[in-house]
Design a binder for this molecule. Structure first.
Ligand code: F6P
Length: 361
């Protein structure tokens, strides 16, 4: 049994990170008598002069409803490079990290993060250092788990935003556009669009056409609904066009598609169109009950996996059970929205358009 384990959070924050940390610490101490060290600011905390904190049941008391991460996080650590708009981590100084872990007497790691963070975790495993991953991202785009914590809270926030936009859209006979996160996948837009009664959902998996979008807006006008609500994932794009970035050729910060759609709709229909970018409101603040529960379950299972001698694995939700899957499998592919899947069909069945060029009527 390990005497002392380390825990860190990496990548963009997500509601529920603190719930995982709390569960890790409580399980490690109460169930297995292990000590816990929190590594600050993702892997940065074990490079150079280590930045760590001792975690006790007292330190994590009251953490369950708290947003963010008490350990701090980094999206692109000092060793990350941007190649073709993708963050890659070619220069992770693994020797330095391993030597610091030794000095700190940390014998195993629990790494909480998305695709990029878990790929680094796998490097530790490959070097023989015990590690268990915990999947996190509001985008819910990790293929090896049915859900990541943070996603359900993000949907709640986006749904509430859509509800609020609905009443103002209706009052002013406007087209309202809500831009939500979702780098390469439309899970947040699709779920919130269904729950928040959007009329049009634009996702990266289904490139859209303005002809199709205008047709839907005008069809609504004819039937007496003089307003339209649109939810667009930041990574959505028009057929044959590129995604929109806020930082030009660097291509690290998606955004801007919502305002572009608003401008084009005004030009094409003469209707007033407004865009709201939900941005980091989706990531900040308290996790909902589901994410607290999932985070807690993930955290406790991750410690149990370590205690049972597992390494190089990630905890995952499959058919309602928490299982572990190889880290390599977890980071191999992202999970995109199946364009012929049940949710897309349900949306179309109830009259939501994806503004595809051949959108079924
Ligand atoms: O990966 C999660 C995510 O929320 C993406 O949807 C989004 O593109 C990205 O993080 C934004 O991260 P940040 O603005 O913190 O760099």
């Amino acid at each position: 049994m390990y005497k002392q384990i380390g825990v860190l959070t990496g990548g963009g924050d997500a509601p529920g990170l603190n719930a995982v940390i709390r569960a890790v610490v409580r399980t490690a101490i109460k169930q297995f008598g292990m000590r816990c060290i929190g590594i600050e600011d993702s892997f940065e905390g074990i490079l150079g002069e280590p930045k760590v904190m001792k975690l006790t049941t007292k330190t994590v008391s009251g953490l369950l409803p708290r947003g963010g991460t008490i350990l701090g996080t980094r999206n692109r650590g000092s060793f990350a490079k941007i190649v073709d708009g993708k963050v890659i981590f070619p220069e992770m100084p693994i020797e330095e990290a391993l030597s610091n872990l030794k000095k700190l007497e940390i014998e195993a790691l629990i790494v909480i993060g998305g695709e990029g963070t878990l790929a680094i975790a796998e490097q530790f495993h490959k070097r023989g250092f015990p590690v268990i991953g915990v999947p996190k991202t509001i985008d819910n785009d990790l293929s090896a788990t049915e859900l990541t914590f943070g996603f359900m809270t993000a949907i709640d926030i986006a749904t509430e935003a859509l509800d609020r936009l609905h009443t103002t859209a209706e009052s002013h006979d406007r087209v309202m556009i809500l831009e939500v996160m979702g780098r390469n996948t439309g899970w947040i837009a699709l779920h919130a669009g269904l729950a928040g009664s959007a009329d049009i959902i634009l996702i990266p998996e289904i490139p859209f056409s303005f002809d199709s979008m205008v047709e839907k807006i005008l069809q609504r006008e004819k039937s007496g609904s003089k307003f339209t609500n649109i939810v667009v994932a930041e990574g959505a794009r028009e057929v044959g066009k590129e995604q929109f970035y806020l930082d030009g050729d660097k291509k690290t910060r998606l955004g801007g598609i919502g305002n572009y759609v608003a401008k084009r709709i005004e030009e094409l229909t003469g209707k007033e169109a407004r865009c709201v970018v939900l941005g980091h409101l989706q990531r900040g603040g308290s996790p909902n009950a589901f994410d607290r529960m999932l985070g807690t379950n993930f955290g406790a299972c991750a410690v149990r996996a370590l205690a049972n001698g597992k390494t190089g694995e990630m905890v995952a939700l499959k058919a309602g059970e928490i299982v572990t899957v190889p880290l390599a499998e977890a980071v191999a592919n992202i999970k995109t929205v199946p364009v012929e899947g049940q949710l897309v069909r349900t949306a179309r069945d109830i009259g939501i358009s994806f503004a595809a060029p051949n959108e079924p009527k």
